[in-house]
Design a protein around this ligand. Structure first.
Ligand SMILES: [Zn+2]
Length: 258
């Protein structure tokens, strides 16, 4: 039997890079796939690593920043052109439900025509149960800041500053996909017994994350979402200081088996 895996399709931070694409991850549960986030370049990368697009059963989005969601319409177009007929559930933060469906219409991907798509609003109280896995949304503080608040209130916008990390439990294993965080502290209540902690490493105090991960006996930490100034050497020094031994650096196409 093939092992379950979590593959990093894109390991760049928000600024598009010549050498890495933006955020996208694939959870492979015995050949049945769940796509997390869909930043720039993800549909091509998905095919490049050899996944079957028609095997995707869910798409789960963390938040509305372009580097996590801009290629969602293209991903859907890929499935349409490949003759998709089976149900595809797209899980979105509530604040994106109406805007994304409107965007699909503007792009002639009429949800009424693509009747194999179902949109579902993410609710922290309702874990997503799929293929024997439980995927728990963990709200984080990435988008909760005064600048966002100011623009939202001044312009009467519907944004709710929603961003989710995800705790995946399957076959006795626990994996966290952090997505962007507001602070490493967003994860502190969820670190116990984690086998793979996949963390988008911008916007956090990495040393503080390492200390918490070590105290909670996290088995493996995988950092990703790198800008061009990322200093791997400095980060390895922080890991040593915190006693973290199993640290990995994300790269496009890196497959984590569990
Ligand atoms: Zn973001």
């Amino acid at each position: 039997m093939t092992k379950n895996s979590f593959t990093i399709l894109g390991s760049a931070a928000g600024l598009p890079r010549p050498d890495r694409i933006n955020s996208g991850y694939v959870l492979d549960l015995g050949g049945r796939l769940i796509q997390f986030d869909c930043g720039g370049g993800v549909p091509s990368a998905f095919r490049r690593v050899g996944f079957d697009p028609l095997a995707v059963e869910r798409i789960i989005i963390s938040h509305g920043h372009p580097d996590h969601v801009c290629d969602l319409p293209l991903f859907v177009q890929m499935l349409y052109l490949l003759g998709r007929e089976e149900l595809l559930v797209i899980h979105l933060p509530a604040e994106l439900m109406e805007p994304i469906q409107n965007l699909f219409r503007v792009m002639y991907l009429f949800p009424e025509k693509l009747d194999w798509i179902e949109f579902a609003s993410i609710d922290e109280k309702s874990p997503i149960e799929v293929n024997g896995a439980t995927i728990r949304p963990i709200p984080n503080s990435h988008l909760k800041n005064e600048i966002n608040e100011k623009y939202i209130s001044e312009n009467g916008l519907t944004n709710r500053m929603e961003c989710y990390s995800y705790l995946i439990e399957t076959d006795g294993k626990k994996i966290i996909y952090s997505a962007d965080l507001g602070s490493e502290k967003d994860l502190f209540n969820h670190l116990a017994g984690i086998d793979f902690l996949v963390v988008e490493s911008m916007h956090i105090d990495i040393g503080s994350l390492f200390e918490a991960a070590d105290a909670n006996e996290v088995r493996r930490i995988v950092l990703t979402h790198f800008d061009e100034n990322f200093d791997a050497h400095a980060v390895m020094t922080l890991a040593e200081k915190a006693g973290v031994k199993n640290l990995f650096f994300g790269s496009d196409g890196l497959r984590l088996e569990f």
